[in-house]
Design a protein around this ligand. Structure first.
Ligand SMILES: *Cc1c(COP(=O)(O)O)cnc(C)c1O
Length: 241
């Protein structure tokens, strides 16, 4: 059993290393590292681990279930933190998002948008929305197919959800695939964003949430504006999600 200080030191130095490699990757493709937001995925880790990352200057955190996240969010009670919901969200959990999370990376149905919109309006909250796209067509993954996306965006805009600004797209790269396949997935998401930003004239539809511990360098090279990194910062989780 490591003590709390050792764990805090490890998290701070992991964060430093990840930030450094983000900066290196950005520089290598002449992007500014300011254009890449690091989301520290703290699912499966205790609030002490999150506090250690906060002390090391981290402001964006990702969680993928409401039951794991909500106690930590309320116990840490830090208004300068942006919480990102990155997991699949069931519609009956929509009520937990406004007021707790400022970003949702995993929108995949209009029914969920309607529920979120109603709950957000009740609380005068805004939730920045990313649509999850299953670019790699993995039957085990959530998200819309690339083909379903234009129709979905059209309907989303038509229904008009003022509390849910549409900010971009999210994908999960293919697991343990050759680098070429991983890059093709990320490049595909980028093309979808570029196409629909233009087609629908969406000025703020700019975000690309892609890249995790194993592939965030490739994601940055393919244009990621948000990378979701858990294990490389916090170490192994004590359960798998
Ligand atoms: C868990 C998770 C991550 C982080 O994965 P690591 O491999 O631990 O970096 C990123 N995105 C999503 C959607 C996740 O569920």
């Amino acid at each position: 059993m490591q003590d709390v200080n050792q764990i805090s030191d490890a998290i701070a130095s992991n964060l430093f290393r990840v930030r450094q490699s983000i900066a290196d990757a950005a520089r290598a493709c002449t992007r500014s590292s300011d254009a890449i937001r690091l989301i520290a995925v703290s699912k499966g880790h205790p609030k002490e681990a999150i506090a250690a990352a906060m002390a090391a200057g981290q402001k964006d955190f990702g969680e993928s279930t409401t039951q794991d996240a909500l106690p930590k969010i309320s116990q840490l009670a830090n208004p300068s933190i942006d919480w990102h919901f990155i997991g699949h969200l069931q519609t009956n959990k929509a009520r937990f998002i406004p007021g707790n999370f400022s970003w949702l990376h995993s929108l995949d149905s209009l029914e969920l948008a309607r529920k979120l919109s109603r709950r957000a309006a009740e609380q005068s909250a805004t939730i920045n929305i990313l649509i999850e796209v299953n670019v790699s067509r993995d039957p085990k993954k959530h998200g819309l197919t690339p083909e379903a996306l234009p129709d979905f965006i059209e309907k989303y805009l038509k229904e008009n959800f003022p509390a849910l600004p549409l900010r971009g797209l999210m994908t999960i790269g293919p697991h343990a695939a050759p680098e070429k396949e991983i890059r093709a997935c990320f490049a595909g998401l980028r093309r979808l964003r570029d196409d629909y930003q233009r087609r629908f004239g969406l000025k703020n539809f700019t975000e690309l949430s892609m890249g995790m511990s194993g592939d965030y360098i490739e994601a940055i090279q393919e244009g990621a504006t948000m990378v979701r990194v858990g294990t490389a910062i916090f170490g192994e989780r004590d359960y798998s999600k």
